[in-house]
Design a protein. Structure first.
Length: 491
RNA sequence: GGCCCAUUCGUCUAUCGGUUAGGACGUAAGAUUUUCAUUCUUGAAAGAGGAGUUCGACUCUCCUAUGGGCUACCA
């Protein structure tokens, strides 16, 4: 969800300003490759209706869009930084670094690879050019680290938060490139590609704010400050209850999807999706758009093109937004009601077939949808709300029987059969009129009579207006059900 | 621990120094309805705390508290 919202804001911003929305796959961690993940991302964006203008699927002038396919372009920039003195080779092994961290932790400290200790560690700054070259030639594993200035105030600008200043003394010498897999880390690859791909705006999650100084410094060291993109760090999406940012586990725990589409991890772990849970993509997108942004008016329902028209970064809020599954449902219900009976009927028919009802035409389905859609949140609610229109009740709710199948009611239902029988054109309007006239003439209690009728036909004591129900059932079925109720419940 | 960001009803949010602090979800009550739902009306519900600045602070500054993020040869 968080990823989709970030993509959405990027999409809206790009559209709003006539730019291009680019999907680049940042797969520089060869250890964490997940088969199917890339395809999943493309499909999810497509379902949401926010297809990229350029990217792995669409192609484009900046191809390739997969960092693993751009390996050869990163090393030269890493070397350029070494040459300019902004970076250096380091030979410390992961084990050595882990040991240093453990050691520091034991003393209640945190190990930081920075100006204070870099001259004591295994790197080209200590070894000098010759020894470094020898080590590399000998096949020792190395990484290239950024040489973080010892103490410098870096003033940055964030489109959402304004000016942020950080002193480099609190930062560490981040790894930019690793010889082990000949791949850069995020920081280098991101800056190089953003430059090469002519990225004008970076809109990303707030978790990236702490590395913004590094990114500023990288642009400067590479000589690209002049064309550096503008940054906007989005507030995080938080769990509905408890603390922390929304994570994939929360959904299954709390009963709502966290993924746009159902996701089956290679491990076999399955996460439900908004699509499979019956959400309309427009509703999902609308809900996400308002989680951290608002147009300043009281309108809440926005089609995508309207979001494009209204979106602006200065109306994005600064604080994390707690996700509310109830409101997500409300959005879906709004979109469901706005859809035509016919459109919903087309979605309902497959469900009916699944239930073994395959002789229903679109017109009948639409007629049913018309009377149940305002009580539904999802298309999948339709069956629960209308099954009695397709299958006669096999039992009668005991509470309803106790409440309504008593006194003169059974006799009135018997009498009603004659009234219904006499209706020529069995339409809701005619049924309604005939019943009301009859009840009025006999001075029967309306509630008692109508609820008995409902019980006899539906088997329960809730549901849409009975005239509509009877019309959909037809005269024959309506009378058959009344007679059966009289037989089973007694007169 | 260090650094950074944030802080208005339970939740999402409006307010860009002067408002009875507005709306939505949820919730409570009532009305409508043959039932349920819908719809409508109404209600409860908020500026974390403390100092400043100012004629006047939810709004600006600082401190504290709280929440969150980052602190990897992950992104």
């Amino acid at each position: 969800m968080g990823g989709v919202r970030t993509a959405l804001y990027n999409y809206l911003f790009a559209r709003r300003h006539g730019g291009d929305f680019i999907l680049r796959i940042e797969d520089t961690d060869s250890q964490r490759f997940v088969p199917g993940a890339e395809e999943y991302i493309a499909e999810a964006l497509h379902w949401c209706g926010i297809d990229p203008d350029e990217g792995v699927v669409q192609g484009g002038p900046h191809a390739p869009y997969r960092q693993s396919e751009r390996k050869e372009i990163y090393l030269q920039y890493a070397l350029q930084l070494v040459a300019s003195g902004d970076a250096y080779y380091a030979f410390d092994t992961p084990d050595e670094l882990d040991a240093l961290r453990a050691e520091a932790e034991a003393k209640g400290d945190t190990f930081t690879y920075n100006a204070a200790c870099r001259s004591m560690l295994n790197n080209s700054l200590r070894f000098g050019t010759e020894e470094t070259a020898a080590k590399i030639a000998a096949g020792e594993r190395w990484v290239i680290r950024f040489r973080m200035p010892e103490s410098e105030e870096v003033a940055m600008n964030d489109l959402i938060r304004g000016e942020v200043v950080v002193n480099t003394s609190t930062l560490d010498d981040k790894v930019l490139y690793k010889s082990s897999d000949e791949l850069p880390t995020y920081h280098l690859a991101n800056i190089v590609d953003d430059h090469l791909m002519e990225i004008s705006h970076v809109i990303r999650g707030e978790e990236w704010l702490p590395s913004l100084p590094l990114h500023y410094l990288l642009y400067r060291a590479l000589g690209w400050s002049g064309t550096q993109p503008l940054f906007a760090h989005l507030p995080l999406l938080l769990k509905p209850t408890g603390g922390g940012k929304l994570s994939k586990r929360d959904g299954d725990k709390m009963g709502f999807p966290v993924f746009p589409l159902r996701w089956e991890a290679p491990t076999g772990e399955v996460s439900r999706g908004y699509r499979e849970d019956g959400y309309f993509p427009e509703a999902f997108i609308n809900m996400l758009a308002l989680l951290g942004w608002n147009p300043g008016t009281e309108q809440e329902i926005f089609p995508l093109d309207e979001l494009v028209e209204l979106f602006s970064l200065d109306r994005v809020s600064k604080s994390g937004a707690r996700f509310d599954p109830e409101k997500a449902k409300w959005f879906n219900a709004q979109y469901l009601r706005a859809k035509s009976d016919e459109e919903l009927a087309a979605l309902f028919l497959p469900i009916l077939r699944e239930k073994g009802i395959d002789d229903v035409c679109v017109f009948l389905a639409a007629r049913v949808v018309r009377i149940v859609k305002e009580r539904a949140t999802f298309v999948s609610d339709f069956w629960e709300l209308s099954h009695y229109l397709f299958v006669a009740p096999t039992e009668y709710d005991p509470k309803a029987v106790e409440k309504f199948w008593k006194g003169e009611n059974p006799a009135r239902i018997a009498e009603m059969c004659g009234i219904l029988e006499a209706i020529g054109d069995f339409t809701a309007a005619n049924i309604d009129r005939a019943l009301h006239d009859w009840i009025a003439a006999k001075e029967y209690p309306m509630g008692q009579v109508m609820n008995s009728l409902r019980l006899a036909i539906v088997g329960e004591s809730k549901g849409p207006g009975m005239a509509d129900v009877c019309e959909i059932l037809g005269k024959e079925e309506t009378l058959a059900r009344l007679r059966r109720a009289l037989g089973e419940l007694g007169k």
